[in-house]
Design a protein around this ligand. Structure first.
Ligand SMILES: C[S@@+](CC[C@H](N)C(=O)[O-])C[C@H]1O[C@@H](n2cnc3c(N)ncnc32)[C@H](O)[C@@H]1O
Length: 496
């Protein structure tokens, strides 16, 4: 696409002038229309944007995907309509202008961006299939990865499979330089356009090529990726934004196996992914087999879908609805049947979704690995808790360590009414991963006493005294518990 180099900057000026920000759009739409648009329904929004202001025109054009009179478009985008049409963002017909790409403000924590992507398909329930080179905009998956990604300042970061460049925009906020790769040229065009639109073109470099190919000999401090991870028989048309063309979950396995070679010591690779849950093997054992020696790994399975629910989800995503006419119903059944029987043949019992966090440890004492199933609500953004995990599993806890109970940890007890002692005691974090851990009397007493004053050894000796137990046996049994409590984030080193 042939784009004047100053077009993104002039578009930005027009968007600023119109106050086309996340908050102003939300205010213009109001909670009802905003929520409806979140469900892909435009009618309430159309009712709220009849005033003709530049802001309302942009909302109607780009978010509600309705045509606007050419003079309104000219007023909202002064001197830009023709050029935006040439660049492929708009389409003009007699007296009217329609959007051909999505332009929207996007806010996440402290970050505020404008993002150009392909139009959201399927507004108002109209079945709409997208082309093979469709470029995804802000999605629940992209937001999840943005919330997972560590935001410490780094030198170089990599956005693998950049799409419209949303991760690259985030990464540019705390990286000296960002490399963004994709095989889809339209995606790379949008990434460059978005970098320029947001005034960070000097820090984002978009490169064409498959996965790590364009960065063959390079290392990064941070890699963030939401790869095309959909697990499908690859019989139909490949939708490049979600299908890798590789069998099963090979794309995720390849990234997990290859990423460590592209990380600096202390560097992170954070992956949002689907993986196969095989009939004959526990999921964590299978994924554990992909992990190498040089990275600590924290894998969190957030959700599991059975094969039928998985097929339905992704057929719907591609606009396959059995909603109109017999042909569509037959087509839907055929696709569903092909996909489901392929999953069955592959021995797929379910599909896991979650986070794979790898941190290159740069040490000689082997990796620390934890693979957990944690489908519960967590505090977002979760990034900080992921960073804390890496510190916790590497903390050196011995009898001389002074530990502190994390401030947000509460104790829950359960038992029969009137009983002298509770039947179970659970420590529960209120923040971060919000982990829970059932503890016995000694662990509970230790956690409660950890205020950074006495050492773990002194506390365990005092507890054995109170319980009239052998101090050597208590130390031998509960020093490992103290280490686990630190690794799981209930306790931290006092001088950390
Ligand atoms: C699910 S989208 C993620 C887009 C964006 N990073 C986000 O977080 O929303 C996956 C991206 O990977 C790209 N992709 C597909 N196959 C690829 C490959 N072999 N190498 C690099 N990128 C690829 C797609 O074009 C698409 O942009």
């Amino acid at each position: 696409m042939n784009t004047p180099t100053d077009l993104p900057a002039r578009l930005r000026a027009a968007l600023e002038q119109a106050d086309f920000t996340y908050d102003s759009v939300a205010e213009t739409l109001g909670p009802l229309a905003h929520a409806a648009l979140g469900r892909n329904e435009t009618t309430p929004g159309l009712r709220r944007t009849t005033g003709g202001s530049a802001l309302e025109t942009l909302v109607r054009l780009f978010l509600l995907q309705t045509t606007v009179p050419v003079e309104r478009a000219e007023a909202a985008l002064p001197g830009l309509v023709d050029e935006l049409a040439v660049a492929g963002l708009l389409e003009q017909s007699v007296g009217e202008v329609a959007a051909r790409m999505d332009v929207r403000p996007y806010a996440a924590d402290e970050d505020h961006f404008w993002v150009v992507s392909d139009l959201t398909p399927g507004l108002d329930g109209v079945p709409q299939r997208v082309g093979s080179d469709y470029v995804l905009g802000i999605s629940p998956a992209s937001s999840s990865l943005a919330q997972l990604t560590l935001r410490e300042s780094v030198g170089r970061s990599l956005d693998l499979g950049t799409g419209c460049g949303v991760q690259a925009l985030h990464l540019a906020g705390h990286s000296g330089r960002v490399v963004a790769t994709d095989v889809n040229r339209r995606a790379l065009w949008m990434t460059r356009f978005n970098a320029a639109l947001n005034g960070i073109a000097d820090r984002v470099e978009a490169r064409e090529g498959s996965f790590f190919e364009p960065v063959a000999d390079e290392r990064f401090d941070l890699i963030a990726t939401n790869p095309p991870f959909v697990i499908s028989p690859a019989t139909g048309e490949r939708l490049v934004y979600r299908d890798s063309g590789l069998p099963g979950d090979r794309v995720v396995e390849d990234i997990v196996r290859t990423a460590p070679a592209h990380l600096t010591d202390g560097g992170w690779c954070q992956i949002l992914a689907n993986w196969v849950i095989a009939e004959d093997r526990p999921w964590d054992e299978r994924l554990g087999g992909w992990l190498g020696e040089d990275c600590d790994a924290f894998v969190v399975q957030r959700e599991v879908l059975d094969p039928a629910a998985y097929v339905e989800l992704w057929l719907k995503d591609a606009g396959h609805h059995p909603s109109t006419g017999a042909r569509d119903v037959d087509d839907y059944h055929a696709r569903y049947d092909t996909w489901l029987s392929w999953l069955e043949e592959q021995g797929v019992e379910g599909v896991g979704f979650g986070w794979i966090n790898l941190r290159k440890h740069g040490r000689t004492d082997g990796p620390r690995q934890e693979l957990i199933e944690w489908p519960y609500d967590v505090e977002q953004p979760i990034a900080q808790a992921i960073g804390a995990w890496a510190d916790g599993v590497r903390a050196e806890v011995g009898p001389a360590s002074r530990l502190v109970l994390r401030e947000d940890v509460l104790q829950e007890t359960q038992g029969a009414p009137g009983a002298e002692d509770p039947a179970t005691v659970v420590l529960r974090q209120q923040r971060g991963l919000r982990r829970a851990r059932q503890v016995d009397t000694v662990e509970g007493a230790l956690a409660g006493a950890c205020d950074g004053e006495l050492t773990v050894g002194q506390l365990l000796d005092a507890i054995s005294d109170v319980l009239d137990r052998d101090p050597a046996e208590i130390r031998a049994t509960y020093l490992p518990s103290a280490r686990e409590l630190v690794a799981e984030g209930f306790l931290t080193l006092a001088d950390a």
